[in-house]
Design a protein around this ligand. Structure first.
Ligand code: GDP
Ligand code: GDP
Length: 438
């Protein structure tokens, strides 16, 4: 199910990223240790009451080919939010007051077909709030006064935000279908790849009517397995997005990832991995999705017998947190290895759904802790009493321990590696949750 997306828009320095961190704060701490995931992040999961949603700080999105001028960047951020977010938070600076840039963005946002919530930040003192009345002039309704830094009024803001969520559309869940999101920068060959995939497969293909406005879904079946391909490039083909600047739509990609089981991260063999790719991959990882790195245009690369190996090493360096993702080298043009993609998808889906019997799991943990005992911390040593798998997709393990504070990241990594060495779990993240038990 696709979660609502809330985009934060506003001038530099008004406090967008402070607000962002405030909204997604809870989850940040958990993933802090994972290299490459947290730094410079632009998206995060938030929960308010019984609403889960994704927050995006548009200030962190790079628009290539656009002058790095504030007014211009702001316009593009606003444009993006207007096209693709469900609710827009327009943040202004209560200390500085109204500026020309604010007014220009407000002019755009007033024409948006989307709910806009006007947020006056840096209200550190609620004694003299009349001074903020000038913001009514933006024509965006009643401003909500907050202090992102101090956490004042964030609850009121969130109440207002969730009011605008439409009741869940209730996308049909079919457990037998493997949903594949095809993600990647413009021009890496997503459309060509999807076409090649559909062309080379002896498959039954059908369009899935109107499940989403962000992507084109295609259903297919092979060897009795049903798949749905969520193609984020498809929309552009149908000309729904008229855009002067071709850009990598982060929001569209995140939505597709949300709805998928497995992400095909398409990379242009010549161009390599980009920063935006890493961000999307980080999102897939945190969301527990399977991931396959598809290096396309392999026909353009001059090769010897070690080229693929070296290329894989480089990708692994760039995606430190995702060592588990298989890499496949294909050409949509020559169709080389394209037919292998679905095989790999099916393989990863099986890995995601693998269940390890409790007795086997506990044998492995016992052996692992015997070979490499947990280090002691200020005289205390971690003891893993018992382990059990509580979920699949992604495989999730609860470790009952004497004190969960003693389970450090490096030891958790070690346990994860042992699980992977023994059982594989290729292409899927694994979750390990420590729980105290005396
Ligand atoms: P961004 O560029 O819009 O993402 O803004 P930042 O979140 O980086 O914040 C810019 C500056 O404003 C930082 O120095 C923050 O500490 C400060 N700031 C953010 N929120 C508040 C607030 O509620 N009150 C005050 N006084 N300062 C704030
Ligand atoms: P998308 O924007 O990611 O959907 O990319 P397209 O499928 O539109 O492809 C962009 C360009 O790359 C087109 O000119 C394609 O012909 C070309 N292209 C796609 N796949 C390959 C490939 O495997 N090899 C080569 N040489 N060119 C490709």
């Amino acid at each position: 199910m696709s979660k609502p997306i809330v985009a934060i828009v506003g001038r530099p320095n008004v406090g967008k990223s402070t607000l962002f961190n405030r909204l997604v704060g809870g989850r940040l701490a958990i993933v802090e240790d994972i290299p490459g995931v947290t730094r410079d992040r632009i998206y995060g999961d938030a929960v308010w009451l019984d609403h889960a949603f994704t927050v995006i700080d548009t200030g962190g999105i790079e628009f290539s080919g656009i002058e790095n001028e504030i007014a211009n960047q702001m316009k593009h951020q606003a444009q993006l939010a207007m096209e693709e977010a469900d609710v827009i938070l327009f943040v202004v600076d209560g200390k500085e007051g109204l500026t020309i840039n604010d007014e220009e963005v407000a002019n755009m946002l007033r024409r948006a077909n989307k709910p806009v919530v006007l947020v006056v930040n840096k209200v550190d003192n609620f004694d003299h709030t009349e001074q903020y009345n000038e913001f009514y002039a933006l024509g965006l309704g009643e401003p909500i006064l907050i202090s992102a830094a101090h956490g004042y009024n964030i609850g009121d803001l969130l109440d207002e935000v969730v009011k605008h969520f439409s009741p869940t559309e209730g996308e049909e869940e079919d457990d037998d279908v493997i949903k594949i999101a095809v993600i990647g920068r413009p021009n890496v060959g997503k459309s060509s790849l999807v076409n090649a995939l559909l062309g080379t497969e002896r498959v039954i293909v059908s369009d899935v009517p109107g499940t989403t406005r962000d992507a084109i879904d295609t259903a297919l079946e092979r060897d009795g397995q049903k798949y749905i391909i969520i193609d984020t490039a498809g929309m552009r083909r149908k000309g729904k997005i008229a855009d002067v600047v071709e850009r990598y739509s982060v929001i569209r990609s995140l939505r597709a990832v949300d709805r998928s089981d497995i992400v095909l991260m398409v990379i242009d063999a010549v161009e390599g991995l980009t920063e935006q790719d890493k961000k999307i991959a980080g999102y897939a990882h945190e969301s527990g999705k399977g991931c396959i790195l598809v290096v396309n245009k392999w026909d353009l690369v001059e090769k010897d017998d070690k080229t693929a190996l070296r290329y894989t090493e480089k990708l692994r360096e760039g995606l430190g947190f995702m060592q588990y993702a298989p890499v496949i080298y294909v050409s949509a043009r020559t169709k080389k290895r394209v037919a292998k993609i679905l095989e790999l998808v099916k393989f990863v889906a099986d890995q995601q759904n693998m269940r390890i019997a409790t007795s086997i799991l506990n044998n492995l943990i016992r052996e692992a802790t015997y070979l490499n005992p947990p280090p002691s911390d200020r005289g205390r040593r971690l003891k893993i009493l018992y382990a059990t798998q509580v979920a699949v997709k992604p495989p999730t393990f609860v470790l009952f321990v004497n004190d969960s504070e003693l389970l450090h990241f490096s030891y958790q990594r070690y346990i994860e590696n042992q699980l992977r060495q023994t059982f594989g779990f290729e292409g899927t993240p694994i979750r390990i949750i420590p729980r105290n038990r005396q």
